[in-house]
Ligand binder design. Structure first.
Ligand code: ATP
Ligand code: MG
Length: 250
């Protein structure tokens, strides 16, 4: 039987300055799932994701990771849940690609050999090893996003959370990133990915959650939700509009 890695129990988070945020959200995530979190701009996707590794705490309700409350086990939550932020530039911390990806395991206090091994492996897996001495600031948008994933992978997370990973990427950049994400999922990582443009990845997802005005309004297999998405400001994929089967992007 599959295990629940994440359990979200009736969480709310209201930002005091705007009165917006999340309202009464509950769902669980099983090991190995590939979940899309869809919702229009401002619906609450990033706010939800920031709760998954303790960057934000719920105003009420609880989040459990492997049964442990995130609020009192933040370090643990950050090891289990690796986060790729909406703005990959913010995640750059090193002078070279290698240094950047090595930052996490170095901070864990691992041996030089172990840091080297993990970093080399992650950069190779994301197709970035040939860029290891380059300054991260000079990478393309797609390369930066793959570097952010490599940095997260060195921490060996069970869950990889990606906030709008396809924003500003062209067709080739999107395909490469999607291949990397699918490979991660096959390798056993649970994937949670937010997007307002579901067409690119819906074919591959096992489940879709829709967030609307801070509430979870749908949670089902993607194919059952396609005809409902436009009510929530999400574009229905073209193939679905034409009554055709969804085609894979890649
Ligand atoms: N730090 C903050 N303080 C006050 N209000 C905030 C804050 N961050 C977000 N909000 C508000 O909370 C709501 C949800 O924002 P959030 O960034 O989670 O949306 P999102 O679904 O990630 O949007 P996008 O698709 O544009 O990235 C928005 O109405 C936003 O204005
Ligand atoms: Mg966002």
């Amino acid at each position: 039987m599959r295990q629940n890695i994440i359990e979200i129990k009736d969480i709310s988070h209201i930002y005091s300055t705007t009165g917006r945020g999340l309202k009464n959200i509950s769902f669980s995530v099983e090991s190995g799932e590939f979940i899309i979190v869809a919702g229009k701009n401002g619906s609450g996707k990033s706010t939800l994701f920031r709760h998954l590794n303790g960057l934000l705490s719920p105003t009420s309700g609880k989040i459990l990771i492997h049964g442990k409350d995130v609020s009192s086990n933040i370090r643990y939550a950050r090891q289990v849940v690796g986060m790729i932020f909406q703005d990959a530039d913010c995640q750059i911390v090193g002078q070279t690609v290698f240094e950047d990806a090595a930052f996490g395991p170095e901070n864990l206090g691992l041996s030089f050999e172990e840091v080297n091994k993990r970093t080399t492996k992650a950069l190779a897996e994301l197709g970035l090893i040939h860029l290891k001495d380059q300054n991260p600031a000079t990478l393309s948008g797609g390369e930066k996003r793959r570097l952010a994933i490599a940095g997260v992978l060195t921490m060996r997370p069970d869950v990889v959370v990606l906030d709008e990973p396809f924003a500003n990427l062209d067709y080739a950049g999107t395909s490469e990133l999607l291949s990397a994400i699918l490979w991660l999922n096959k390798a056993g990582h649970t994937i949670i990915l937010s997007t307002h443009d579901i067409e690119k990845c819906i074919f591959w997802a096992s489940r879709m959650l829709i967030i609307h005005e801070g509430r979870l309004v749908a949670d089902d297999k993607p194919q059952y939700l396609l005809k409902d998405v436009e009510k929530f400001g999400i574009r229905e994929p073209c193939a679905s509009k034409l009554g055709m089967n969804i085609m894979a992007w890649r």
